[in-house]
Design a protein around this ligand. Structure first.
Ligand SMILES: Nc1ccn([C@@H]2O[C@H](COP(=O)(O)O)[C@@H](O)[C@H]2O)c(=O)n1
Length: 360
């Protein structure tokens, strides 16, 4: 007898089969009690074992997108508080289709890698640490500020309320230092080229797939918008479906940095930006399902501007201080990816959500 095996740890076979039948839209007979009954093949079904349809080669068939999502979610770097809620949400989003979906993502250390070959990958702020743009003294000051405030940003023993004024202090001091340097707009592209900025493995599939499916991607970043745009431009993924909310530089007529535009965005005030900016974006209207990606608990408020949302699935990258922060991440995000430098899980989830359903 062949043994039916799905690498979705602890998932009852019946659940997977029920989802599979929903996906293939075949009618399943319903028992008197309203329970799904799965078709049995009398000759080979032993003690209530259910069979999946076989290919001519005798391989068990499972919809490829579901198999791939389940394989990704079964990795030991994937943590979930409530697996059944994740499955139900993904399934509901898949039924609603690509036309009802929007993706909201943080940028630094979410779409970009946290580290590569044991070295930290620079954030958009840190990409500016280049002699083309700032002098040595400024570099020293910005690094000292990073060493002071970054540990506070990720400290699990402090509340967001406690961190908030300190984050404003950090961002404000750094922006003032950058303005003093009279950074030139025409040097930004070269600084990005010379940097070791890196998007996560699988980024191209992620961006291209969303563009093909005409799913809006809102990148909501407390980094530097001009640098962020240059990073995605140089990686050839700045597609028309991409919208960005971030801290943008304000250059004077000669192309010299003189200020930062609009209200400051830092890690713990994204809710305000979501309500004032994201909520007004027409491209996001009428899309009640949200896939949200972030690396900070502050990122969870990025979808607060979505009115009449139906399903929100949150994926959190836990890059740093893993043991100290694991519990709070599991309690806050639906899916937590521990030290995962790839887009494999978001890509598998997206592939499945967009595998069929009602396009708009
Ligand atoms: N001077 C600074 C200020 C912040 N950062 C880091 O950038 C991240 C913000 O960008 P998101 O795209 O993640 O919103 C934040 O997590 C800070 O750690 C920095 O490197 N330098």
């Amino acid at each position: 007898m062949q043994i039916y095996h799905i690498p979705w740890i602890n998932t009852p076979v019946r659940t997977v089969l029920a989802i599979w039948h929903q996906l293939t839209k075949t009618e399943l007979p319903v028992s008197g009690a309203g329970q799904w009954q799965l078709p049995q093949t009398p000759a080979s079904a032993v003690a209530g074992q259910w069979q999946l349809p076989q290919t001519p080669l005798g391989q068990w068939q499972l919809p490829q997108t579901l198999a791939s999502a389940s394989t990704e979610l079964a990795k030991c770097s994937v943590l979930m508080r409530e697996r059944s809620r994740v499955e139900e949400t993904i399934h509901a989003m898949q039924r609603a289709g690509a036309g009802n979906l929007q993706v909201i993502s943080d940028f630094d250390m979410t779409l970009t890698r946290f580290a590569h070959n044991g070295k930290r990958v620079p954030t958009t702020h840190n990409i500016l640490d280049n002699r083309l743009l700032i002098n040595e003294d400024c570099t020293k000051k910005i690094r000292a500020l990073l060493n002071t405030y970054y540990p506070i940003e990720i400290d699990p023993s402090r509340s967001a309320e406690e961190k908030l004024p300190l984050m404003v202090e950090w961002w404000t001091k750094v922006h003032e230092l950058l303005i003093e340097q009279r950074i030139r707009k025409d040097m930004l592209a070269q600084a990005v080229k010379e940097s070791s900025a890196m998007l996560r493995d699988g980024y191209k599939v992620f961006f291209d797939h969303l563009a093909e499916q005409q799913i809006p991607l809102l990148i909501f970043s407390a980094g530097v918008g001009d640098v962020l745009e240059e990073v995605i431009q140089q990686n050839h993924v700045f597609h028309p479906n991409v919208h960005i909310i971030s801290n943008y530089m304000d250059f004077d007529q000669t192309g010299v940095l003189r200020a930062f535009k609009g209200q400051l965005i830092h890690t713990f005030n994204k809710r305000e930006g979501a309500l004032s900016h994201a909520a007004g974006l027409t491209e996001l209207q009428g899309r009640p399902n949200v896939l949200l990606l972030g690396d900070s608990l502050g990122d969870l408020t990025m979808a607060d501007g979505v009115s009449e949302h139906e399903n929100i699935l949150t994926i959190g990258f836990l890059n740093d201080q893993v043991e100290e922060r694991k519990e709070s991440y599991i309690n806050s995000f639906d899916i937590v990816l521990v030290k995962d430098e790839t887009m494999d899980v978001p890509n598998a989830v997206l592939r499945h959500i967009t595998s069929s359903g009602n396009g708009k």
